[in-house]
Design a protein around this ligand. Sequence first.
Ligand code: G3H
Ligand code: ZN
Length: 286
Amino acid sequence: PLVSMKEMLEKAKAENYAVGQFNLNNLEFTQAILKAAQEEKSPVILGVSEGAARYMGGFKLVVAMVKALIEEYKVTVPVAIHLDHGSSYQKCAEAIHAGFTSVMIDGSHHPLEENIALTKKVVELAHFHGVSVEAELGRIGGQEDDLVVEDADAAYAIPSECDQLVRETGVDCFAPALGSVHGPYKGEPNLGFDRMKEVMELTGVPLVLHGGTGIPTKDIQKAISLGTAKINVNTENQIASHKAVKEYIGSNPDKYDPRSYLTAARDAIQATVAGKMREFGSSNKA
Ligand code: G3H
Ligand code: ZN
C-alpha cells in the first residue's frame, strides 16, 4: 500500500537497517523497483525528481502509474512516493495535492534561517495531509538533473545547525550533507562519520544518505549504525540499465522493438535494486 515514510523509517532506525530510495525515470524503472520490493519483501521509497516528473508527464501521471502498478502486481509491501529535492513550497504543494505521500524540501542553498522558515511551511502543509517531510543542510556535491553543485560549493553540514533545523521544523527525517556526492565519485567517498554520529545524537530523527551510488558496503554499514535509515540511489540503476541496453543491442543489432531492449534494461534494474535491498538490510522487513 501507499504510505508516508514516517513509520517505515522509524522502524528501520530502531531495527538497524535502511530503506532504499530508488529514483523513477520511466515506466520500466517503476516496474522493476516495485517488482524487486515485492519479491524481496522490502519496504521501498520511489524517488521522483522534478526533472523526472517533467519527463514522465507530471506528478499526477506518476501517481496514477504507481497506483496502477501496485494494483496490477498485487504489491503488499509499504511503498512511499517521494518528491526528491523539492525546490520550492509550490512544487511540494503540487506533489502533495497530486497524491505524493512524502516530500523533500531542499532549502540547503538558502541561509539557515530561510531554510528553516521554508521547511517549516512545507511541514505544516504536508503533515496536515499525512505526508512526511525530509529536509537538507549543508550541500551535497555533484549533479542530479537540474541540481548542480560545484566541488567548491559542496559543504559539510554543521551539527548544531542540524539540531536547530530539526527541532524548529518538526521534519520526519533529515539529510545532513556529509561528503556524499550525486553521480559517480571521483575516488573513494570521504563521509563525515564523526559529524553523522553527532547529528544522530542531537536530532534523534532517522538520517538520510544521498548519493548512494558508489559507496562501499563498509561505509553503508557504518552509516546505518549511526542512524542512517534511508539511502538514495539513482545513478547505479541508470548505469545498470544503460549497460544492459548496450549489451543487448550489441548482440542483437536488428531488434528495433523497444520492448526487447527495454526488457533487458528492466531486468538489470530489478536485479540491482534487489541487491541494494539486501545490502541495506531491508529485505524481509516488510
Ligand atoms: O536524491 C537522489 C540521490 O541522492 C541519488 O544519488 O544518483 O548518486 O545514486 P546517486
Ligand atoms: Zn539527492
